[in-house]
Design a binder for this molecule. Structure first.
Ligand code: ADP
Ligand code: MG
Length: 317
């Protein structure tokens, strides 16, 4: 790809950091990890038509490609530092590159994250970002630490992004702007993840849906979980456009929320809630860790709900 286009990205994502010895422009970047710290490294690819709808703006694509990666660092409690960007695109226009770089930079700037390299090729539209963050030895939030008796918590609200995706097909999308914003501009819970270090016993970010992702904590920890469906935090935007049953489906199974789901011993709940409030993050208790395996969802009466192609229902009799 033309050097020109890479240079456009470099100029628009120019964050200065002392620990970047050599950034974009050489054969490899050279960076310095602070003494005594460890690297948390994650990578995620977004494919057009799979991870974002055809027609998504270059700015939103740039933002989201970084956001989903920062969400992985958030779920580890790591502090973001650097990123690599590998781009395959059929569109070699300056406008596309500028838009993508601007969306990326809008989010990177909040974390003083430096883009230190990448790769650019012509091909179907896919965007891969790799991020690097710092953790101290033994401090990262793993999926494997949940214990029977812990409570299960989530940050923010669930289901908006899946609802936003559903609304994109509407002839007039203006009334759904808040939901579509959650789909296109997810805000990773970086400071919440850092505040949970030393407090949460296990943590994951919700990319595939609450039940699926909490299931990963259960599998890694060798425990089960029970969720109380009426407790699931859902936004007023979600309830104003969808009925209860659909809002529940989105909250349980919808992807792309990028909230954190974590477990914590019950006697630490108050401290944890105060810590998260300090970083501006709301949190809701949604269930508990139990013996066994897998995730059970209970309705208000304590009956088990089960997933089907029509959504989460009571077992058919
Ligand atoms: P090479 O052939 O050595 O891989 P490239 O032409 O691919 O060199 O890249 C030149 C420089 O630009 C490298 O430092 C590379 O990391 C950087 N770079 C290429 N594409 C991107 C991109 N999309 N985002 C950020 N940096 C990039
Ligand atoms: Mg290259």
């Amino acid at each position: 790809m033309e050097f020109d286009l890479i240079e456009r990205i470099r100029r628009r994502t120019d964050t200065q950091r002392d620990d970047v010895r050599t950034g974009i422009g050489d054969d490899a970047a050279i960076v310095a990890v602070p003494a005594g710290r460890e690297l948390a490294v994650a990578i995620d690819t977004l494919v057009e038509g799979v991870h974002f709808p055809v027609g998504t703006s270059p700015e939103d694509i740039g933002w989201k490609a970084l956001a989903v990666n920062l969400s992985d660092l958030a779920a580890m409690g790591a502090t973001p530092a650097w990123a690599l960007l590998a781009l395959s695109t059929p569109d070699g226009s300056p406008a596309f590159f500028d838009g993508l770089a601007d969306g990326f930079a809008q989010l990177a700037g909040s974390y003083r994250l430096a883009l230190i390299g990448g790769d650019t090729t012509r091909g179907p539209l896919t965007v891969t970002v790799a991020v690097h963050g710092f953790t101290s030895p033994g401090e990262a939030l793993l999926r494997s630490g949940a214990r029977v008796g812990d409570i299960v918590m989530v940050t923010g609200t669930l289901g908006d992004a899946a609802a936003g995706l559903r609304c994109l097909g509407e002839p007039d999308v203006a009334p759904y702007a808040a939901l579509i914003e959650r789909l296109n501009r997810p805000v990773p819970r970086v400071s919440a993840g850092q505040a949970l270090r030393g407090i949460a016993t296990a943590c994951i970010d919700i990319s595939d849906g609450l039940v699926a992702d909490l299931g990963h904590i259960c599998a890694a920890s060798g425990v089960g979980a029970t969720i109380d469906a009426p407790m699931l935090p859902r936004s007023s935007a979600l309830f104003s456009h969808f009925d209860d049953a659909v809002a529940l489906d989105f909250a349980l199974s919808g992807g792309d929320d990028y909230e954190l789901c974590f477990t914590v011993p019950a006697d630490r709940a108050a401290t944890m809630t105060a810590d998260l409030a300090r970083v501006g993050c709301g949190v809701t208790r949604i269930g508990r860790i139990v013996e066994g395996q897998g995730v059970r969802v209970l309705d208000a009466a304590g009956n088990v709900l089960s997933p089907s192609h029509t959504g989460w229902n009571h077992f058919a009799s």
